[in-house]
Ligand binder design. Structure first.
Ligand code: DGY
Length: 328
């Protein structure tokens, strides 16, 4: 078989690297560190396949990669990729849908519970030796079960969150998406338990508003002052999608003005979160370092699918999970 040049930008487990090196010439270069960046730049012009995540594959990278045939992302989100440039060059883009849905839904539920029941704040109280008597109602949380969940975005992950909420926590679910989902055929367990709802109505009725939006030109900055202003007073906001879909100044204002009771955030406008961001230390924010899919099992499954996608594409086969860049 014709060995091709593969550039791995980021971490790939040893067993997946072994699958690649068995059939291709592989260079591993971490472009985020200066030494890796030089190796990445030097290898780009000969690379036929790229695999990795969490690094912008922009127009400049694509222009430098003159022999590039396929980019395989170890992520489901594709906002790090210059989609139009890939499409214009006929370069295949692969991603990892499906294998992370349940894990990301677990993370979102952890944030809903942590934010509403003040889990981190109360754990810190114990750790700091401040548990000297029974806590008073100033430190009580609010129930999650039975409350109304409003989902912004109702793809595979949104539906996994809805199943937890409706079936496990007895929560009525409202969702806002471009199209209503035919639950009777696509998610029968949610039929009668989740309702397609206009955005403004959803915001006014939901105790928990969870954003699971991809980042596109339509969703960037979509969750703004108007949206926070329409939320039910005392709502909890959770973002498990992409940070730039939220105007963080508006989020902070909604927290400080008391519209929002709390927020659980796995994603931010700028990642890693800058040291001076007020969201880092805000007492009513539970921040996580973008770990929605970060379990051993799921990150391995993502790497495995991304490796399979790359091997298939370089062999001239249709990859298991292709992203349609024509829709960009
Ligand atoms: C994804 O796969 O898009 C997750 O957000 C991890 O980056």
């Amino acid at each position: 078989m014709n060995r091709k040049n593969v550039l791995v930008f980021g971490e790939l487990p040893d067993d997946q690297l072994a699958r690649l090196t068995a059939v291709h010439e592989v260079t591993v270069a971490h472009p985020r560190d200066p030494v890796g960046r030089a190796a990445f730049d030097a290898t780009l012009p000969t690379a036929q396949g790229l695999i990795g995540s969490s690094y912008p594959i922009d127009q400049g990278v694509i222009d430098a990669a003159t022999r590039l045939e396929v980019v395989s992302s170890v992520s489901v989100g594709v906002d790090n990729y210059a989609l139009k440039a890939l499409h214009a060059r006929g370069i295949t883009l692969c991603h990892t849908p499906g294998v992370l849905d349940e894990t990301v839904a677990d993370t979102v539920f952890a944030l809903m519970l942590a934010a509403s029941r003040r889990v981190v704040e109360l754990a810190n109280l114990v750790r700091d030796g401040r548990w000297t008597q029974g806590i008073g109602d100033d430190l009580f949380g609010f129930d999650v079960h039975g409350k109304t969940l409003g989902l912004l975005g109702f793809g595979r992950i949104g539906q996994a969150i809805a199943r937890r909420a409706a079936l496990g926590f007895g929560m009525p679910v409202l969702y806002h998406a471009r199209h209503a989902v035919d639950l009777s055929t696509q998610a029968p367990e949610l039929a009668g338990r989740a309702a397609h709802t206009p955005l403004d109505e959803l915001l006014g009725r939901s105790d928990f508003v969870v954003a699971m939006l991809p980042l596109t030109e339509h969703t960037r900055g979509m969750i703004d002052q108007r949206v926070f202003g329409l939320m039910k007073p005392g709502a909890v906001f959770v973002n498990g999608g992409r940070g730039p879909t939220v105007r963080e100044d508006a989020l902070l204002a909604a927290l400080d003005q008391g519209t929002l009771r709390a927020a659980g955030l796995d994603v931010f406008a700028k990642e890693p979160l800058p040291a001076d961001s007020p969201l880092r230390t805000h007492p009513r924010v539970t921040p996580l370092p973008h770990v929605g899919s970060a379990t051993h099992e799921t990150r391995h499954a993502m790497a495995e699918l991304a490796t399979t996608n790359l091997l298939q594409a370089l062999a001239g086969e249709r990859p298991t999970a292709v992203y349609d860049t024509a829709t960009a």
